[in-house]
Design a protein. Structure first.
Length: 62
């Protein structure tokens, strides 16, 4: 199952990915985004496309 990976060093904490995610997989924790509900990720790619910093990638996991 795919899941988003957020590079904390590149994340600006703007929250665009949080708003873009239809399943509420990503939340702001402190000053950076974190994938907290990874089981709900459908790999739609909205967070990757909307992140202005390019801080999100996706990996495939079993």
């Amino acid at each position: 199952m795919p899941r988003p990976i957020i590079n904390e060093e590149e994340c600006s904490g703007c929250g665009v990915c949080v708003d873009a995610c239809p399943n509420k997989v990503i939340e702001l924790v402190g000053d950076v985004a974190e994938a907290i509900n990874e089981d709900d990720c459908t790999a739609c790619g909205d967070c990757l496309e909307e992140c202005p910093m390019g801080a999100i990638t996706e990996i495939e996991e079993d």
